[in-house]
Design a protein around this ligand. Structure first.
Ligand code: SAM
Length: 282
């Protein structure tokens, strides 16, 4: 139990509720050109990263979010060669994309180059050397700007902050229309879409905007302890509903062939993640 003299990080993401984590050691606290960055150690979650007061990633539970936002679209697609990541400055998504031998190229567009450097220096375990992989093309810039001219990607993964600050443009109707143009036939877009129990407007907004552009727009779910308030939603969009209806045997065959080592993702979890509680689809 933390003593009275312990210092605490209080997350300021939601109105009316907040979570607190003991800061057992402050590693970094400062502003980049784009956002306030805090990196600290916590006895439960290990090294923790927050941007503008919102928890982004922790060493202890990052695998859940990164495995589900990466392996679900890539294994559902089945023949991914080119991946485009929006955001993802900690490198956790990048690392999981590179686990797929068939992936020839991963382009990652991250607005905050200084944040990437801070992550590589202070939380190297999350990217685990991914930034050095020859298949990686790291672009420092605004993802919405990049998306306007992007073409021929098989999977797009929007690993953004929430729709405030620099991340807001990655939730606009124009951005999603540009994503559709950037995808190859049979391509898949997935997006970080918040925790509906506390951020229902984020999911409602994403679903309506994806549905206006793509033939098949829905979401899937996973529960990540530090994104508290119940399951997190991941927006899913493609022009082929069959891409999210593979049977377990097909997914299991692809998972085995990929030779993935995962701690959360399984073919059964993949299938089950598209079964949604009623309040998700309000
Ligand atoms: N897992 C986290 C979550 O669920 O909220 C997101 C993690 S990741 C750290 C979010 C990234 O989005 C950050 O690196 C941030 O710099 C980046 N970002 C925000 N707005 C962006 C934009 N317009 N273009 C590119 N990257 C952006």
């Amino acid at each position: 139990m933390a003593g009275p003299d312990q210092s605490w990080f209080t997350e300021t993401l939601h109105a009316g509720v907040a979570q607190r984590l003991v800061i057992s050691r402050l590693i970094h606290h400062g502003r980049t050109e784009w956002q306030e960055v805090m990196v600290f150690d916590n006895p439960v979650f290990g090294r923790v990263v927050a941007l503008d007061g919102a928890l982004q990633v922790t060493e202890r539970d990052e695998f859940i979010y990164h495995e589900m936002l990466t392996h679900v679209p890539i294994l559902a697609h089945g023949r991914v060669r080119r991946v485009l990541i929006m955001g993802g400055g900690d490198g956790g998504i990048l690392r999981r994309c590179l686990m797929h031998a068939g992936v020839a190229e991963v382009t990652m567009v991250e607005i905050d180059g200084e944040f990437v450097e801070l992550m590589r220096r202070h939380v190297p375990s999350i990217s685990a050397g991914a930034f050095e992989d020859a298949r990686v093309r790291l672009v420092i810039g605004d993802g919405a700007e990049f998306m306007r001219m992007a073409r021929d990607f098989d999977v797009i993964i929007v690993d953004s902050t929430d729709p405030t600050g620099p991340g807001a443009v990655l939730f606009s109707p124009e951005f999603y229309a540009d994503c559709q143009k950037a995808l190859t036939p049979g391509g898949v877009l997935v997006t970080q879409s918040g925790v509906p129990f506390l951020q229902d407007e984020e999911l409602t907004l994403v679903q309506a905007r994806l549905g206006a552009v793509f033939a098949d727009a829905t979401c899937y779910q996973a529960s990540i302890p530090t994104y508290y308030g119940g399951a997190m939603a991941f927006g899913w969009a493609s022009d082929d509903a069959g891409l999210r209806r593979h049977d377990r045997a097909a997914l299991a065959a692809r998972y085995e062939a990929a030779g993935l080592v995962t701690r959360y993702y399984t073919p059964e979890i993949h299938q089950a993640s598209f079964a949604l509680p009623g309040y998700f689809c309000r």
